[in-house]
Design a protein around this ligand. Structure first.
Ligand SMILES: *[C@@H]1O[C@H](CO)[C@@H](O)[C@H](O)[C@H]1NC(C)=O
Ligand SMILES: *[C@@H]1O[C@H](CO)[C@@H](O)[C@H](O)[C@H]1NC(C)=O
Ligand SMILES: *[C@@H]1O[C@H](CO)[C@@H](O)[C@H](O)[C@H]1NC(C)=O
Ligand SMILES: *[C@@H]1O[C@H](CO)[C@@H](O)[C@H](O)[C@H]1NC(C)=O
Ligand SMILES: *[C@@H]1O[C@H](CO)[C@@H](O)[C@H](O)[C@H]1NC(C)=O
Length: 415
């Protein structure tokens, strides 16, 4: 009698103990699982207006980052995006692990702080953007819309690197090949003999500009469906966003030299032939770029400017990215860039930026040995363009001049 009573007490206590054990264990597993997989690498987010904010989000994730982590857990593994290294699950563990092991070097130790003038420069450029976005005398299409109203296809210049928490908006003709190379290296998506490629200049040109190499915002829709906009906004808030710009007129000259003074079949067929037909009295321009170069026919700089000013051009299709205004490519009034580089100060800015992103131990900005289109030649280039056309052209690009602090080119406009 005594033993059966004891037995019953044992069963009850044992069950209660097991249940408690399960509850504790379950809770523990669930929580750590969620925290460990938070996909956002604790990348540098700069500037740090609220130093406590980051530690807070990593310990007790806010509602948004919870959703972010949750959604990413389900969406990322299957899509082949290079996320943080996860343990290999195949039978040949050591083999796999070795392949995926990425040696992480320590952050570079700097004995001197970033020069005050460089920090000041960034401060000024960011402030100028804010002022110009708030100033109603600066008007351009799309300025007043919200981020949600920007169509997906206009977000195709924003390259995202989840590994370091970086977003780069590329502007063609502004060192964009080299910055794209750096984004490829940082994303570690390009392997060389099984280890991530580290040398920017070893990446071939056609690969650099192949959109399959880059994870851009317009691809979010395909991957995340209805979560896309929400995730974009989370990333825009958390990540460091940067952009490089240059004098708008010099950029136009650079695009002309690169696309029409050099043999480029694609640009010849899509644009040069149109310019020749419309503005150069060439009803039947040569069929290929080689033929055209042989007989010495190509659109002049003046024809190119005429093409840009022709209302017909925009009606047919939006400006090609090589001459599309930066405000249309990168939405500087909807996206608050943390770093604004100028090509005119590219080397200093690149060094500052890589250091600020805390990736200067991983990659170096390749120094360019080519001569940049110099602004002192600008007047020569525009000498064949009528003054009226120059003024119209300025109006077309005025927002870029003002947003990024480039002086109105008076010497060109008041001939
Ligand atoms: C695992 O990798 C080793 C070489 O590291 C190889 O010899 C072996 O055949 C592999 N095993 C399987 C199952 O692939
Ligand atoms: C807006 O820009 C104009 C120049 O176009 C300037 O005179 C004015 O002071 C600016 N307004 C503000 C609030 O900064
Ligand atoms: C943008 O809003 C300002 C007032 O906030 C208004 O004056 C301006 O006309 C608007 N611009 C466009 C293009 O809608
Ligand atoms: C881009 O790369 C993908 C695969 O890496 C390839 O299939 C495609 O043909 C490339 N596109 C161009 C334009 O080179
Ligand atoms: C670059 O500019 C320098 C002078 O500024 C000139 O001597 C050199 O020939 C130029 N190089 C090229 C490739 O145009």
């Amino acid at each position: 009698m005594g033993t059966s009573r004891m037995f019953r007490i044992f069963v009850v206590l044992g069950s209660a103990f097991m249940i408690l054990l399960i509850i504790f264990y379950w809770d523990d597993v669930g929580a750590s699982h969620l925290y460990l997989n938070t996909p956002v690498s604790p990348g540098p987010k700069i500037p740090h207006p609220h130093p406590q904010q980051r530690t807070q989000t990593s310990r007790t994730p806010s509602f948004l980052s919870d959703i972010d982590a949750f959604v990413n857990q389900f969406l990322e593994p299957g899509t082949g995006e290079p996320t943080d290294p996860v343990p290999a699950e195949t039978s040949n563990q050591s083999d796999k692990a070795e392949e995926r092991y990425i040696p992480r070097r320590e952050w570079k130790i700097h004995l001197t702080p970033v020069a005050a003038e460089l920090r000041e420069r960034q401060e000024q450029r960011r402030k100028l953007l804010q002022e110009m976005c708030a100033n109603d005398s600066v008007v351009f299409p799309g300025k007043n819309r919200s981020f949600d109203d920007i169509p997906n296809k206009e977000l195709d210049h924003l390259i995202v690197d989840d590994r370091h928490g970086i977003i780069y908006c590329y502007v063609p003709k502004v060192a964009c090949s080299n910055w794209k190379r750096i984004m490829i290296i940082l994303s570690e998506s390009l392997l060389h003999d099984g280890v991530p490629q580290r040398d920017p200049l070893a990446i071939p040109r056609d690969l650099v500009h192949n959109s399959s190499m880059h994870f851009t915002f317009n691809k979010f829709w395909k991957r995340y469906g209805k979560f896309a906009r929400h995730l974009m906004k989370v990333k825009l808030k958390k990540y460091t966003k940067f952009i490089f710009v240059r004098d708008p007129f010099v950029r136009l000259i650079s695009a002309y030299r690169n696309k029409f003074e050099m043999r480029n079949e694609d640009f010849y067929r899509r644009f040069a032939q149109v310019m020749l037909r419309r503005y150069a009295n060439q009803p039947t321009p040569p069929a290929s770029v080689d033929e055209a170069f042989t007989v010495g026919i190509h659109p002049s700089f003046s024809h190119y400017i005429q093409y840009l000013l022709d209302p017909q051009t925009e009606k047919e299709m939006p400006f090609n990215e090589h001459w599309r205004q930066v405000y249309r490519l990168c939405h500087p009034c909807q996206i608050q860039y943390d770093f604004v580089g100028h090509l005119e100060t590219a080397e200093e800015d690149a060094e500052h930026l890589l250091r600020q992103l805390k990736v200067d131990n991983v990659v170096e900005f390749p120094t360019s040995h080519r001569n940049l289109t110099s602004s002192s030649w600008e007047t020569d280039w525009f000498s064949t363009v009528p003054v009226e056309a120059r003024k119209e052209l300025y109006k077309l690009y005025e927002p870029d001049f003002r947003l990024f602090g480039y002086d109105k080119p008076d010497s060109i406009l008041n001939e």
